[in-house]
Design a protein around this ligand. Structure first.
Ligand code: LLP
Length: 437
């Protein structure tokens, strides 16, 4: 992926740097991000809109990986930002991300979070439910502010990888269902309140999607509904946000499309639908890629430690991280590929399973992978860990979160420090003497 290559020293190099040197310098586990790959993807998404002269925003779904440096990079690339909590918003503001390019998501935003977002001046609130509409009405009046909103709709299309499911009414905690009239009711309510500027709608149909059909079907369904909205409420959205979900290649089984292919298919379908809307302007198209911007740009380097061989059954190779820095195999049975970063020329001679260090049998990173002979102090590189790795990391077993380093063109920068033992106890409050005795 990206700028990964095998160096003359048979080590894995990324961004013009020897990953073995980086692992020795910063310690392991270590997340490395190949910035040129992130930039290429970001530019690929933007180019597809620009070539088609379609108004757009590409909002990075920060849940995939967030840090101050990451938000600065996203800002430099001219993208917008999708945040889903006060914490993501706070981090973005600390990174001096322009608030007007921030979109605030979530199915249970608190009053305090909404007030924080409106006071900060975020670009729009993606409204999820009726409770939120009432909170926003209250805040709009209290703060005397017009609130830009998108209505999150569930169109009854669920897409994942190669499959999509079409349901009349979706069983989802997110958004207003189109099938049962909730979407219409929500639209009427928000149009009737003068404190709202109803920019348009949002829908997100799934994640790790390899086909364009799910998106085009969603567009067809949404625009079919817009016809009713035009007739009944004289409303036509000026923004259509189609969410994220563009797939990446974790293993050779995965066959994603390019950013341009996903976006072009969306544009073609939207333009096709516009034939039915004479006199209306083409809405701006917004998307929210997370995984496809950072997933395959990330590689985790671990140190190999103990091994256990059960004759004729399994050969376990343990690493110094695991489910605390990558919960995805345990949570979703996600598959990854791995390489011995300091022995890239060695032929695979054995089938091993990579075990994490947590006290939990389920803490297995990879089952049955072909690797060369390995020994203690070898480095294992697991690729495609850039999305939902660090962001879903935990301190289970009081294991410290790893460090994160950005690399590009032979330059590196530490962007998230490794947690220390002191970090682990910083919120602990010891018992007072003579209490609970
Ligand atoms: N927009 C919305 C409203 C979303 O809910 C999501 C992801 C995205 C955008 C970004 O989707 P992406 O482009 O990254 O697929 N933890 C899971 C993924 C959960 C995705 C949740 N929503 C994983 O590790 O696979």
């Amino acid at each position: 992926h990206g700028t990964s290559k095998i160096g003359d020293n048979h080590h894995l190099w990324i961004g013009g740097l020897d990953t073995v040197d980086l692992a020795k310098k910063y310690g392991t586990p270590l997340y490395l991000y190949d910035l040129s790959l992130i930039k290429n993807r970001a530019r690929g998404f933007k180019k597809a809109f620009e070539e088609n002269e379609v108004g757009y925003q590409v909002a990075y779904a920060s849940k995939a990986f967030s840090s101050i440096a990451m938000f600065q990079l996203i800002e430099q690339e001219g993208l917008s930002l999708d945040v889903v909590s006060g914490g993501e918003l706070y981090t973005a503001l600390q990174a001096e991300f322009p608030p007007e390019r921030i979109h605030f998501h979530g199915n249970n935003k608190s009053l305090a979070e909404l007030e924080f977002a409106l006071t900060a001046g975020v670009g729009c609130i993606v409204v999820d439910n009726f409770h939120e509409i009432s909170l926003l009405k209250m805040l709009s009046s209290k703060l005397n502010k017009k609130v830009n909103i998108l209505l999150r709709l569930t169109p009854g299309i669920e897409a994942h990888t190669h499959d999509y499911i079409i349901t009349g009414q979706e069983d989802s905690k997110f958004g207003f269902d189109l099938g049962n009239g909730q979407g219409d009711k929500a639209l009427q309510e928000v149009l009737a309140f003068e404190g709202f500027r109803v920019l348009g709608i949002h829908c997100h149909i799934g994640s790790q999607i390899f086909e364009t059909e799910g998106f085009t079907l969603a567009i067809e369904k949404l625009f079919g509904h817009f016809k009713k909205w035009e007739e009944n409420y004289s409303y036509f959205p000026s923004v259509v946000n189609l969410g994220g979900g563009f797939g990446i290649q974790y293993t050779s089984e995965d066959t994603p499309l390019s950013p341009e292919q996903y976006v072009s298919a969306m544009i073609v379908e939207v333009k096709k639908q516009m034939i039915h809307f004479e006199g209306q302007e083409l809405p701006e198209l917004w998307i929210e890629p997370g995984r496809s911007l950072v997933g395959d740009a990330g590689t985790t380097i671990y140190s190999i430690g103990s091994q256990k061989e059960i004759e004729g059954v399994r050969h376990y190779v343990s690493i110094d991280g695991g489910m605390t820095d990558n919960i995805r195999p345990a949570l979703y049975q996600a598959k990854y590929e791995a390489f011995v970063a300091n022995k890239m020329n060695a032929e695979p001679t054995q089938t091993v399973s990579i075990a994490g260090k947590c006290c939990e049998s389920g803490d297995m990173l990879i089952w049955d992978i072909a690797l060369p002979e390995v020994c203690e102090h070898d480095f294992l590189a697991v690729s495609c860990t850039g999305a939902y790795g660090y962001s879903m990391a935990s301190n289970y077993n009081r294991i410290q979160r790893p460090a994160v380093v950005f690399v590009e063109n032979g330059e590196e920068q530490l962007v998230v420090k490794r947690e220390t033992y002191e970090d682990l106890i910083k919120n602990d409050v010891p018992l007072k003497s003579n209490v609970f005795v």
